[in-house]
Design a protein around this ligand. Structure first.
Ligand SMILES: [Fe+2]
Length: 457
């Protein structure tokens, strides 16, 4: 018996060493893209791709999207740097129209629905390990980094779709010696940090629900962009859209906006703001010109449906957290605002957009306006460490941006997640419910005619 056990242990060690540096159970997940096309992906420690069976059809081999690869270190913002080791391969196959499910090995995945009515919205989920700010979250403590708890609560609501509005990867620097809360954590931009920060804690929702990903500044090419393109970007993987080489950043950091329909009347319009600056842009700058064309494309895409929800990681209309609850600081990204404010269709502001949803600010905010501005939601409280506090109320006629006069403001400064329930009936109200980490509803907001009001539970 003992000999048998020894042999089993030896086999286990051999198996684990053949997987590379860490053991990994494959994960099947679906990434939604332009026009609502879904692509099924398979993240695996194997070096070849498996077959997929659509319903009861004959199995077909999945395509290799990106195999194991060691990407040379780029000049980054952190003192400690290393190459990005992508030990896991990612395979993919587009969901054919009309099929109900896919089977890969023993894993069965349901096809994305035709219509999406219940949508989980989260952002800013990773565990911060950043030496340049001496900011280290206790990634090993589910109270201090509650993303896994949020996933556990959220999956019970059986959403049709998960929207992640950016900043998934935060483990950029090694955990300092003596800091127990993050000891043994992987760090850097390779697959081990991606698995610890995102794939492992999100596993239950990845396997049950299709995802729509929006890119955050943490996924820009100078940071975790290489993993973004391998794992999460919905378009085909290309060398000039991989962030592997800085000379392609001008393309790779500005992926084009796209629309993803929810039903006949409603859609998300996704915008890549990952590389945006912190200041207003000169109209002569390359970034201004690129974003200007993309914002024109956004308004054109938005014209296709009665309701368009604009998704960008960086907020346009929000309040910034500060050290005190009395500080009143606009929280919109100045570079993006300089572009949107210069669009030649200023009445209404940001034509054809019904609502705005963002991350980046680590809090929940719902802001509605007396002016012609679409109601704005900030949903960046799903795991990464909080930064500062927000005022509970705003003075009458406070402007979060020039001429954006606030009518209603609700905030929830603690961790949580939001469920958006969209009605298929045109002109019917929607609801957005904000939950805390324990799964208790904290606020319910009603969305109607580009405005929102929230009530506390
Ligand atoms: Fe961010």
């Amino acid at each position: 018996m003992r000999r048998l056990l020894l042999q089993f242990n030896l086999l286990l060690v051999l198996a684990i060493s053949s997987w590379g540096a860490f053991a990994f159970e494959p994960i099947a997940y679906t990434v939604m893209g332009p026009q609502g096309a879904g692509v099924l992906r398979w993240l695996t420690s194997a070096t070849s791709c498996p077959e997929v069976s659509w319903d009861s059809r004959a199995p077909v081999r999945m395509d290799m999207r990106a195999g194991p690869h060691d990407v040379a270190v780029r000049t980054g913002q952190q003192a400690d740097q290393k190459s990005a080791q992508f030990e896991l391969a990612v395979c993919e196959a587009a969901w054919p129209k009309g099929v109900q499910s896919a089977r890969i090995e023993k894993t069965v995945t349901a096809a994305p629905k035709q219509k999406f009515q219940r949508i989980l919205v989260i952002a800013d989920t990773g565990c911060r390990m950043k030496a340049s700010e001496n900011a280290f979250q206790d990634c090993n403590d589910p109270q201090a980094w509650p993303f896994a708890k949020i996933v556990e609560r959220a999956v019970q609501h059986k959403p049709d779709l998960v929207v992640h509005i950016g900043d998934l990867h935060y483990r950029e620097s090694p955990c300092p010696e003596g800091r127990a809360g993050c000891q043994q954590s992987p760090w850097g931009y390779g697959s081990d940090a991606w698995v610890a920060d995102f794939f492992n804690p999100a596993k239950a929702l990845l396997q049950s629900t299709p995802w729509l990903f929006v890119r955050g500044n943490h996924e820009s090419c100078a940071r975790a962009g290489q993993g973004w393109f391998r794992y999460l970007d919905p378009s085909p993987f290309q060398s000039n859209r991989s962030c592997d080489l800085p000379r392609h950043d001008e393309v790779a950091d500005f992926t084009p906006p796209f629309a993803m329909p929810l039903d006949a009347h409603t859609q998300f319009v996704v915008f890549d703001s990952s590389a945006t600056a912190g200041k207003s842009l000169s109209p002569d700058s390359a970034m201004f010109k690129t974003y200007q064309q993309q914002m024109v494309d956004v308004t054109r895409l938005a014209a296709d449906k009665a309701n368009s929800i604009f998704l960008s990681h960086h907020p346009l209309l929000a309040v910034a957290p500060s050290k005190t609850r009395t500080a009143l600081t606009p929280g919109g990204n100045r570079a993006l605002l300089s572009v949107v404010n210069a669009l030649d269709t200023q009445t209404p502001w940001f034509q054809n957009i019904s609502y705005l949803m963002h991350g980046h600010i680590h809090a929940f905010e719902a802001v509605s306006f007396k002016s012609h501005h679409p109601a704005s939601f900030v949903l960046g409280n799903a795991g990464s460490a909080m930064e500062g506090v927000l005022p509970a109320t705003l003075p009458a006629d406070f402007e979060v941006a020039p001429h954006a006069v606030v009518d209603h403001f609700t905030t929830q400064p603690d961790y949580g997640f939001a469920l958006l329930d969209v009605s298929e009936q045109p002109n019917a109200p929607w609801t957005l419910t904000e939950f805390d980490v324990q799964g208790r509803a904290v606020h319910t907001c009603t969305l109607l005619n580009h405005k929102t009001t929230c009530t506390a539970h």
